[in-house]
Design a protein around this ligand. Structure first.
Ligand code: 13P
Length: 338
């Protein structure tokens, strides 16, 4: 069991590479496609996945892709199942395994993540597609009364149980506690909440005896709320994020791969890059697992048109390349120009 986990970590913790989150649920994919006036059908979703997952040479920057269940069974234009295509290109396929969000009773505005009861059965099914890793996302909104201690405890417990079950199935768990960017809170408030959340998650992982050396953390950055006045700058976000991680994340963990969580593509790259130029020694590999920040520009360039497929792929590859440079602290803003 541990041999397989060890191999997956080896394949996914590679300097200059990161993870692509292409696991939008059908509902979220519909939102993304609607932004370019495309109706979401099984076929348009397949075309969109095809554009991204067949981008030539993406394996230079991407070592793993998180897929949504539907994509496991879809084929590329050349007729290869997407997980097989990724594997053939030296990219580890992974799978989102949670069942999305539901309201937390008695806590208006707060949501927990569904699916823990059926997870074992689901993993048995998914194993036919040979995913190397899985992802479970828990979210925390920030407001006067949120996140509640109840939600922090519940999410931590479920993330830990999920991670344990994955490892029992030789699947590396990506543990994703996302403190949401929505709101007008300050970076200091975000720090306090993120710290509380991360502490609870690592206590729960320890309690469940999850093997941290075969676990990947996918956190949000410590950042000002999207609607906050005087938002913290790139340097401050990088410093506060690294400070929080150093205080709460054990060194045995091999890799931290951030989500972009509503940052612009350029912000997400600049923040990651700055973390690598602070001169701080980092005990883990620090990289990306972006969804929107890797795909937004591709979606816009494509616009659902056959003749734009290459332009869409080039836009995606450019973001992947810039984020790859950011994992080495080698990105600069002037590279944004064409
Ligand atoms: P974003 O980078 O768009 O936040 O997506 C990452 C992800 O996997 C959210 O669950």
């Amino acid at each position: 069991m541990t041999n397989q986990l060890k191999q997956t970590i080896k394949d996914m913790v590679v300097v200059g590479k990161g993870i692509l989150a292409a696991d939008e649920s059908a509902k979220t994919a519909a939102k993304r496609l609607a932004s370019i006036n495309i109706e979401s059908t099984e076929e348009t979703r397949r075309q969109y996945r095809n554009l991204i997952l067949t981008a030539p040479g993406m394996e230079e920057y991407i070592c793993g892709v998180i897929l949504f269940e539907e994509t496991l069974h879809q084929k590329s234009d050349s007729g290869i199942l997407f997980p097989e295509l990724l594997e053939k290109n030296g990219i580890v396929p992974g799978i989102k395994v949670d069942d999305g969000l539901a309201d937390l009773e008695g806590h208006p505005g707060e949501q927990y993540t569904k699916g823990i009861e059926t997870l074992g059965k689901k993993l048995e099914e998914y194993k036919k597609s040979k995913p190397g890793f899985a992802k479970w996302r828990a979210v925390y909104s920030i407001s006067e009364n949120a996140p509640s201690d109840m939600l922090i405890k519940r999410n931590a417990g479920d993330l830990a149980r999920y991670a344990k079950i994955c490892q029992e199935h030789s699947i590396v768990p990506i543990v994703e506690p996302e403190v949401l960017i929505d709101g007008n809170h300050s970076i200091e408030t975000c720090y306090k909440i993120t710290e509380k959340v991360q502490k609870a998650v690592f206590d729960a992982l320890k309690h469940e005896c999850v093997m941290l050396e075969y676990t990947i953390l996918k956190p949000s950055m410590v950042i000002s709320g999207k609607q906050a006045a005087n938002r913290a700058n790139v340097d401050e976000v990088a410093r506060q994020t690294i400070k929080c991680l150093k205080a709460n994340v054990p060194a045995e963990l091999p890799s931290i791969n951030f989500l972009s969580g509503g940052q612009t593509s350029q912000e997400a790259t600049a923040h990651l890059n700055r973390m690598h130029t602070l001169g701080e020694e980092l005990p883990w590999y620090v990289s990306f697992s972006y969804g929107r920040a890797l795909q937004d520009s591709a979606l816009k360039a494509w616009h659902g048109k056959k003749e734009n497929v290459e332009a869409g792929q080039n836009a995606f590859l450019k973001r992947a390349m810039l984020n790859s440079l950011a994992t080495k602290g080698e990105y600069s803003e002037d590279m944004e120009k064409d």
